[in-house]
Structure formats: structure tokens, C-alpha cells
Design a protein around this ligand. Sequence first.
Ligand SMILES: Cc1ncc(COP(=O)(O)O)c(C=O)c1O
Length: 445
Amino acid sequence: MATNSGLFSRNFKKTFPVAVRGEGCWIIASDGRRFLDASGQAAVVSIGHGVQEIGRAMAEQSSQIAFAHTSQFHSAPAEKLAARLLALAPANFRNGGRVYFTSGGSEATETAIKLVRQYHLETGQKERYRVLSRRQSYHGSTLGAMSVSGNVARRAPYEPLIADWGHIAPCFCYHCPFEKTFPQCELACADDLQAHLDGNKKSDAAAFIFEPVVGATLGAAVPPDGYVARIAEICRKNGILLIADEVMTGLGRTGKAFAVEYWGVEPDMILVGKGIASGYAPLGAVLVSARVVDAFERGSGAFMHGFTYQAHPVSTAAGNAVFDYLESHKLFERVNPAGRNLREALTSLLAHRHVGDVRGLGLLLGVEFVNDKTTREPFPKSENIAEKIRQACLEENVLTYPTQGCVDGLRGDHILLAPPFTISPEESAQIARAIRSALTKVFQV
Ligand SMILES: Cc1ncc(COP(=O)(O)O)c(C=O)c1O
């Protein structure tokens, strides 16, 4: 256990095991303990841990040319990966779209916010700057990304530093903010975007950013049919861009290359991160549609933005090697069957009096714990149920991703499960057993 190292750890009151090795869905710590990685380390690891080919591809690239600044050079791995991502994306990206690589999801969100602003300048709409988003959402931890994120607890300490460009209602049927039921609700949560635009200064609205399936903050909440299409229609009608944040859902996690494919919409930008390099290198990207690229090409020709490490040759080499592995092992195809398996194992937990909901898409699944199943009443925040479940699962050597706040930004406890796509039926059963045993421990009194 590392207690007093020089690392500025995530939590000084906790001790952390030291990870020394990975094998498939397992992480091995320095004390020999083996942990089943049920959350893919925050929905990152798709191909599994310890795949030797990825390290070899990175070493090979590093031995050729490890770094060349993007103001002076392009690199072959970055160009190759951009082409592969665009080929997977919706049709409006395939002919004339481009990819802006970053070192992670938050940088991708920052980049998108600035792309939106400059797009409107390039097209002569100088007033537009507000990027609208939803409550109980998460788009990253830098200040721009936090401005569009809507999680009350995560925003609270930084309120003086972050902008408020406008948040609409989340799309969350299990705790509908309008206390309605689908389909009688007629998608009131999507219409909240139009209501916001009508009730505020419309001419400065610039874009709407959303997670197609809300990961960290709502525990894999999937929108009902028609929601994403209605949102896209409102964006088009009001001249604002649509950004799909697929940092968690992209690259196969939900069973399609990009989750927006489920609803057939064509956003103006798609953000990716996490699964793009499966954790083997820090990498993220903004996929920019042809329409937005065209505005830059016809306009100033240069985006006023940049990171030293954007489109890093070694990180994009890792991305290509991960892509090769996903393709050669047919891992995209594994997500839906493996997801059904894990979901089935988790569904048995619904018999417990405090398991309110099991939800999700593909291998992005959530389990929500409630105080009262009939009313869906959450536990008081102070009981810290999600964290207690995480701790009890850890005692069973199973790693989960807990979050509080899904109901109103403060209350509401869930864990997120997003294992590598290689998860076996036996490992899925082990995850469900660990959660069952955690429930017994946490709710024994
Ligand atoms: C939907 C979404 N967007 C953005 C981010 C931020 O990505 P990163 O932590 O790589 O900066 C995350 C991270 O959890 C995320 O889930």
C-alpha cells in the first residue's frame, strides 16, 4: 500500500494499492492481490490490460520519431488514425471531416468549445458563444469543460471560476425531472432545450453538448427513442451546433462505434477519449464534421488554439494498435453479447430491496441503489451508499466506479460498470456475486 509517497493523490485519507501488472480484465497489485476490473478503470479499458502488441507499437514509433511539433510536422500515425476514425463516423464526417487529437477528454471538450466559438466568427455570427448543456452531466475537469458540466457537487467549489452558459433538464426516465412517463411525456426533456432558447437571449446561443448515454453522473442513463433526434432538430432549427460527447460511449463501448448511430443523428462534432487508446496512452479527439471544417477552410484557415502534445505520434500509434486489436479480435462484435450477459447477471440483483434500477447499453451499465423502491426515494447523501458499495466490492477484489448525485446533483447513489470488451460470462457472474455480497454487508442492519 502506498501511503506516504510524494504523489498528490486523489484522496489523502485513503490508501491506494500500487498497480504493477495487468492481464485481461484483471489488475495485479504489488502485494499480489488480483482485482477484477469491472469498471474498465472509469470506462477506459476496452481491449483489456497487458496487451503486449500495444507497447511494442508505441516503442517502435518512439524509436523512429517520438515527437514532432504540429506547427511544423504531421505524423504518419496521427494521419492514419484520423482517417480510420472518420471512416467509422456518421456520413457528414466521412467526406471532408477532420480530426483534432488531444491528450484526453477534457482537452477535447475545451477544443470543441473554442471550435464552436470560432466557427460562428468564421461564419459572421459574432454574437454566438454560449454552449448549452444539461444538469447532471460531466464533460471534463478543466474550467471550460466544467462550465458545460452540470454536476452540482463537482461544480460547487469552483463556482466563482466557471461560466454559466445555461443548463437544461437531464434526460433521465427513472427520475424524470418533469415527473412524467415516456411516451406520454412527449419528450418534455428534449423540448426543454427549445424552452431555454425561447426564455433566454437566443442570438448568443452557439451549441448544445450532451452525452448520448450519460455515464459518470447518471450511471448509464439511456435516452428514450426520439430524444436525440428531437434535440438534433431543435439545434438545426435554431442555428446552433450539436456536440456529442462520446468520451465514454465512443469506440464501441455501447455496442456501436459511436452511440449516436443508435438514433441515426449526425452531430457537428463528436468527442472521444478513454477507449480510443484503451488507456495505453493519453489520447482524446474531436471529430469535426465537413460543414464545420468547410467554414474554417473558406474563412481564416487557422484555428486559434493548440496544445504542445496534440496528435502525439506515440499516443496515436497506441490508438492505431488498439484499433488493429479491436478489429483483428472482432471486439466491437463482442460488446452486445457480453453486455447482455453482464446485464442478465446484474438483473438478479433487482430482487434486493435497495436495488432500484439496472440500466445501460452494451457494456456501459449502471446499478442504482434507492432507499425506497416504490417511490424511488434516494438515500440521504450523508450515508454515502455508493462509496460503501464500492468499498465492499473492493473487499471482494472487484473494482467498481461509484458516484452520487444522479437524482438532483447531490442525492442518488449508483455504480457504473464498464469492463473490457473481453469480459467472460464467469467474470460477469463474479461481478454480480461481489455486488450481492456488498449489498448484504452494507445493508445488514
Ligand atoms: C463524457 C465525458 N466527457 C469528458 C470526460 C473527461 O475526460 P478526461 O478525464 O479524459 O479529461 C469524461 C471523463 O470521465 C467523460 O466521461
